[in-house]
Design a protein around this ligand. Structure first.
Ligand SMILES: Nc1nc2c(c(=O)[nH]1)N[C@H]1C(S)=C(S)[C@@H](COP(=O)(O)O)O[C@H]1N2
Ligand SMILES: [Mo]
Length: 378
């Protein structure tokens, strides 16, 4: 290498280091579901604390991560408000803050289990995580902006943009956005967060500011939040009509597409992993987590016989609203070698459980039918 090459190499290394330093280091256990834009799945089998460490938190991004300069950043609040706002990051951080654990599950989590196979990212168990989010309640922002009494919805707009390809291509680049009903927008579990587990948001998770909509599937938790538009009629943007909508209100052959909101009850087994070899004739502590969206987890049960007999698992730790709960179940593994099948299910506090079979009305979202974990006893 001559001197000029050496200088060039050093410059490249410096550049590469700087690019990497924009984001938090990632745990080696993450699975790449898409390289660009980066979509990473958590190692759900590694679950051993109620809070998912930032470097293990799944990433679901539809477009490239937008570069947002925190100094020139402004959050615009407009539409059906008496007092439109243009807030700096400092303005937002000067407001009274709240910190709360909220669980986010991608509406496509579990898509790999759909039969026949569905298009889209093939998430297994790891497009879900739980973090302590710090920020300001959206309600406080709406109050500051004096949202009108005629307000129906709040549209949250991200700074990321791109083209939608495929059968129904977008006419040009569109932003990632999503509306939520005004009643939900004013709930305390809806926050605009600038910290995740006590650290500034990383670029991948929405730096400098993101929405976190407690109880709802992840798509409404808009990252890189740039605009809030208060509207007097329901919004029908791409991300709640073409995408992230399920068939509901079926009535005499009429089916309407309704935007996905609350997470459905779901329990997942972290250990054993699918295909794990489990020692024969010993006790094995099965563990996992369960969540129920806007409702509390009522109970978690495990079946070892394909769903005939269900035995209650032990819920671990304190139950917190909009936050998953860990559970364990001591399995007395038989002293005979061969295959075994474990099932788990969550019933929410209102008595709603998980379906045994997949409901096709849900298209490729809101996947909470029972999925067996098949292992080998040896
Ligand atoms: N601006 C923007 N916000 C977004 C997305 C996106 O692509 N762009 N993806 C959404 C989806 S589908 C999910 S599941 C969550 C994932 O959040 P995470 O990447 O921090 O895990 O972000 C949501 N917010
Ligand atoms: Mo998602």
């Amino acid at each position: 290498m001559n001197r000029r090459d050496a200088i060039k190499a050093t410059a490249l290394v410096a550049l590469a280091t700087r690019v990497v330093a924009q984001d938090a280091p990632r745990a080696p256990g993450l699975t790449v579901r898409m390289a660009e834009p980066q979509n990473l799945e958590s190692a759900f089998g590694d679950l051993n604390s109620v809070v998912t460490p930032n470097e293990q938190f799944f990433i679901r991004s539809h477009f490239a991560v937008p570069k947002v300069d925190p100094k020139s950043y402004r959050l615009m609040v407009e539409g059906a408000v008496e007092n439109p706002l243009e807030l700096t990051l400092a303005d937002i951080q000067a407001m009274p803050s709240v910190t709360m654990p909220l669980t986010l599950e991608c509406a496509g989590n579990g898509r790999v289990f759909l039969v026949p196979a569905a298009r889209g990212l093939q998430w297994q168990f790891g497009a879900v995580g739980n973090a302590e989010w710090t920020g300001v309640p959206l309600a406080a922002i709406l109050e500051k902006a004096k949202a009108k009494a005629s307000a129906v919805e709040v549209i949250l707009v991200g700074a990321d943009k791109g083209m939608i390809a495929g059968d129904n291509p977008s006419p040009g680049p569109i932003a990632f956005d999503r509306s939520i009903a005004i009643a939900k927008a004013k709930k305390p579990e809806v926050i605009l967060a600038y910290k995740q587990n006590g650290e500034a948001l990383s670029a991948s998770h929405g730096f400098p500011l993101r929405a976190v909509i407690g109880g709802w599937y992840g798509m409404a938790s808009v990252k890189w939040l740039s605009r809030i538009i208060v509207t007097e009629k329901p919004y029908d943007g791409f991300w709640q009509t073409f995408d992230y909508a399920t068939y509901e209100r079926r009535d005499g052959g009429l089916a309407s597409l309704v935007p996905i909101t609350s997470m459905l009850p779901k329990a997942q087994i972290a250990r054993p992993l699918i295909g794990e070899v489990v020692p024969a004739g010993k006790a094995y502590t099965v563990r996992g987590s369960a969540w129920a969206g806007e409702t509390a987890v009522g109970k978690v049960e495990v079946s070892l016989d394909g769903g005939k007999i269900w035995i209650e698992a032990k819920l671990v730790g304190e139950a917190k609203p909009f936050c998953w709960q860990m559970w364990t179940f001591v399995w007395d593994v038989p002293n005979a070698t061969g295959p075994a099948k474990l099932l788990c299910r969550c019933t929410d506090a209102a008595g709603k459980g998980q379906p045994e079979k997949r409901d096709p009305d849900r298209r490729t979202y809101a996947i909470n039918h029972l999925v067996p974990v098949e292992v080998t006893i040896r």
